[in-house]
Design a binder for this molecule. Structure first.
Ligand code: HMG
Ligand code: MG
Length: 297
């Protein structure tokens, strides 16, 4: 099994979308440029959703246009529909991500659509992306629990992941949106999805609400997943998922992986500096334990 893990840094998007302090576009651009210098291969830059729904990312076009695109680094962006796709393409995005959920109740709150209706909206996005040579990632939220529905049957996760893959998504990210999962459940969910979608096309996305994210991640690495979403400084959360808190911190993921002899290509010291800098911008303590340990005193 490969010892290389690709980290998908979601801090500039998932990390910021739930923050109440509105950061200026220049700070977001500086954040992404700093992340680009850490060795990360994939940085989710922003989100072309409705600015009424997520005011923090209303400046998506300005941010995307302003970042220094480092060759070899991918800068995917979230798009909920064709309108978002067109806005993203206008500023030159070459990778996008669509998102839906395994729970109907959450999907309604998050994108005002049923699962079927959301997938119907993706069809024209996929068609255009195919014609434009744009890679599309697919997110499935609430894979280990829903803030409105409670338990989410594994079969529902498998079905939605399979549909996104069949639609042409090159990678499916499985999101524990509210961070309620535990390792055995995470492992069983991933194993079930991997019976229908190749493991090489799967990623895991753990929020750390209950402090389970690294443990869940380890269980999934053990199953063979090699793409991991995380957010610098442990920022993150979905404004439409009651009780959701930050993503697992990228610094902590890199520290764990390197400690296990795995490769990420990421310079941990630079990542720690960037996380500490971001926490200052947001005027809050970092949620990364590694950063706290390294910058203490
Ligand atoms: P709606 O209100 O049903 O949309 O929202 P609509 O099609 O009826 O349009 C209403 C208005 O929005 C119109 O403007 C449209 O032009 C505009 P008006 O005529 O009222 O002035 N609009 C847009 N404007 C800009 N860009 C667009 C766009 N689309 C419509 N793309 C919609 C439906 C999907 C747009 C809305 O619900 C939305 O934007 N939701 C996004 C919510 C969100 O961003 N959530 C967080 C991301 S998902 C997440 O965090 C989970 C994840 O991290 C994985 C995990 O942790 O599980 C990925
Ligand atoms: Mg998320």
């Amino acid at each position: 099994m490969s010892d290389h893990v690709r980290i998908v840094e979601v801090g500039p998007r998932d990390g910021l979308q739930n923050e109440t302090i509105l950061l200026p576009a220049a700070v977001k651009i500086a954040l992404i440029d700093r992340l680009s210098a850490t060795g990360l291969a994939t940085i989710e830059a922003t989100s072309f959703v409705s600015p009424k729904w997520v005011p923090q990312l209303a400046d998506a076009a300005e941010v995307f246009a302003g970042i220094h695109k480092v060759p070899g680094v991918a800068y995917p962006v979230l798009v909920p529909n064709l309108q978002g796709y067109e806005r993203a393409r206008e500023v030159g995005a070459t990778e996008v991500a669509v998102f839906t959920a395994a729970s109907e109740a959450f999907n309604q709150k998050n994108i005002n659509a049923s699962i079927d209706a959301s997938i119907d909206r993706f069809v024209p996005v996929m068609d255009r992306a195919r014609a434009d040579g744009v890679a599309v990632r697919g997110y499935v939220s609430t894979v280990l629990g829903c803030p409105y529905q409670g338990e989410v049957p594994v079969g529902d996760v498998v079905r939605v992941a399979r549909r996104l893959h069949d639609l042409g998504c090159h990678e499916i990210s499985l999101g524990d949106t509210i961070g309620v999962g535990t390792p055995a459940k995470a492992r069983a969910m991933l194993r079930a999805v991997a019976s229908e979608v190749p493991m090489a096309a799967l990623a895991v996305h753990f929020h750390d609400t209950y402090g389970q994210a690294l443990a869940n991640l380890l269980a999934c690495l053990d199953e063979g997943v090699r793409v991991v979403d995380s957010a610098v400084s442990g920022t993150g959360g979905c404004p439409y998922a009651k009780g959701a808190s930050g993503n697992v911190a990228s610094e902590d993921v890199v520290y764990m992986l390197h400690g296990m002899g795995m490769r990420t290509g990421v310079d941990l010291d630079r990542l720690i500096d960037t996380g500490a800098w971001l926490a200052e911008q947001l005027r809050k303590d970092t949620a990364s334990k590694v950063t706290r340990a390294r910058t203490a005193g």
